[in-house]
Design a protein around this ligand. Sequence first.
Ligand SMILES: Cc1cc2nc3c(=O)[nH]c(=O)nc-3n(C[C@H](O)[C@H](O)[C@H](O)COP(=O)(O)OP(=O)(O)OC[C@H]3O[C@@H](n4cnc5c(N)ncnc54)[C@H](O)[C@@H]3O)c2cc1C
Length: 148
Amino acid sequence: MHQVEIILNEEIAQGIYLLRLRADKVAESANPGQFLHVKCTKGPHPLLRRPFGIADAQRKEGTSDIIYRVVGEGTSILSQKRPGEVLDIMGPLGRGFPSPPPGTLPLIVGGGVGVAPLLFLAKELSKVAGLEGRAFLGFSSARETFGM
Ligand SMILES: Cc1cc2nc3c(=O)[nH]c(=O)nc-3n(C[C@H](O)[C@H](O)[C@H](O)COP(=O)(O)OP(=O)(O)OC[C@H]3O[C@@H](n4cnc5c(N)ncnc54)[C@H](O)[C@@H]3O)c2cc1C
């Protein structure tokens, strides 16, 4: 568990927020496809953490992003958080996406808020592995489109 500072939390498309955290341990070690388990309040309610895929890790800056859609209580509370506030997170968790074999052309397919971890994957494939893939992304409306 880490206590991390919120750097920004802004609406980037209708009902969809980008949350940037000062989380150097996450930024250092995160792999595309892994997720953070976020406690949305300091108190006991809602009790359970909410999982969100890691949408980017700025390794030099020691910051990490998640992108979330407001659907219920936890994400509504999260959307009210302001820069400077502190969140309790666990992670990075999960195994992440497998690496494509060298010399292959990765095709990335996703839709809606499920695109969030694919942005991190596309960046890492291009910058780290030097692979130029193709992305096929779907959104239910222009107002809900992000990451293009
Ligand atoms: C491994 C993992 C990674 C995830 N990554 C992301 C991510 O990167 N970005 C993201 O936005 N979400 C992601 N999710 C989904 C996210 O965890 C949930 O949307 C979130 O926990 C909802 O919390 P809440 O308290 O706002 O909603 P709740 O109060 O728990 O639910 C309120 C209502 O919304 C419905 N609901 C819950 N989740 C969704 C949903 N995803 N779509 C439509 N209706 C829903 C519930 O059935 C319920 O009726 C991920 C889930 C998993 C398991």
